[in-house]
Ligand binder design. Sequence first.
Ligand code: GDP
Ligand code: IMO
Ligand code: MG
Length: 422
Amino acid sequence: MKVDVLLGLQWGDEGKGKVVDVLTPEYDAVTRFQGGPNAGHTLEFEGQKYVLRSIPSGIFQGGKMNIIGNGVVLDPILFRQEAEALAASGHDLTRQLYISKKAHLIMPTHRILDAAYEAAKGDAKVGTTGKGIGPTYTDKVSRNGLRVGDLLSGFDEKYAIAKRKHEVILKGLGYPYDITDLEKEWFEALEYLKRFQFIDSEHVINHLLDEGKSILAEGAQGTMLDVDFGSYPFVTSSNTVCAGACVGLGVAPRRIGEVYGIFKAYCTRVGAGPFPTELFDETGDLLGERGHEFGAVTGRKRRCGWIDLVALRYAVMINGVTRLIMMKSDVLDTFDTVKACVAYRIDGKETEDFPFDICEGVEPVYVELPGWKTDLTRMTSEDEFPEEFNAYISFLEDELGVPIKIVSVGPDREQTILRYED
Ligand code: GDP
Ligand code: IMO
Ligand code: MG
């Protein structure tokens, strides 16, 4: 069997958690392959709402195996808070959740470094989630990181060496900090972490595939936040694209199956950085209000704008998307018309190709389509879709060259419409 990958095509928060939960019954295991607690994946079912940060979104579907892969960075404190909150609501994860020994640990000083680097950038700051993501991946690549498997031997010495390096950097930056309480909490959280099963996840995953088991890989962030292909330097520090699943799980490219690309019917971004279709008017405010566009983790207001097909076409290409999933269609229900950016105008010239840099001088070229002015939220089949909404779907499919397999019309698990069977 193969690993199917589900990943965001925009700037994150597309609704990955919801759809992973919906698709999990089709799979034997769900895995995260990159990112860490910078993610906030929201799931709603049976009147309850859950936000997951490091734990895969397959955790609520009947005892399926959930794996935190080697490409993930794990903060023991935030992981403990997440796991304890789930345990308190009746979801004991200890027999369902497996953690790669090769996943890197976010140290208390990584969080401080994240804040210190942001402060040093001044106006050019990235607007990170402040979770220590960048510094942890930096240490991984520069071979100074600590891994979950290091907890099994010689950990204290490795920790002391890594921490000393951070202290030197922080002193150099002149950044004041005190981690006494945070460090105590971190070591307590490490003891808590040890109740979970640490595994050689690349072996486990490949054995599962050899045995004919199916796996769903859950992306975090989105393609436009990818460290190589996103709007650099306003990106996260991992490869959020499909190839990241190979590296972040230890599976060969030929073992990747379907690639689900997920996007909102419009577009949002949280944090700093370019966003060509951003709206600064009442339409943008209305999208934010109707879409409840506030960060699942940080509570920050998300910037809103029309769908950007130049960026989406690029994301489809980089990821090799085979099936599209459109989210939050209901948010557009009240609009008379909806707009879609089909090209950029740069220095007076129109282009449909995503350029090297979208930081300056990019003007969106829009196509305007009729709105559907119909409540989609109670619909259960595509047969009920109004004509104008079907026209919007067909337009996007033509522009992107990939079928839209799933349409989401509300936050609940049930508000998910499968458009066609294979
Ligand atoms: P993720 O990070 O990609 O998992 O997405 P988030 O959970 O950060 O953000 C998506 C938000 O949209 C969450 O609050 C979801 O509950 C909500 N959501 C998901 N799908 C829909 C939808 O079809 N309609 C509406 N109105 N909300 C949705
Ligand atoms: P999910 O998985 C939206 C953004 C931050 C910032 C940039 C770098 O919920 O879609 P980082 O803390 O990663 O160094 O921040 O990336 N960012 C996200 N935006 N959704 C996310 O995750 C994000 N994770 C990081 O706002 O602009
Ligand atoms: Mg999110």
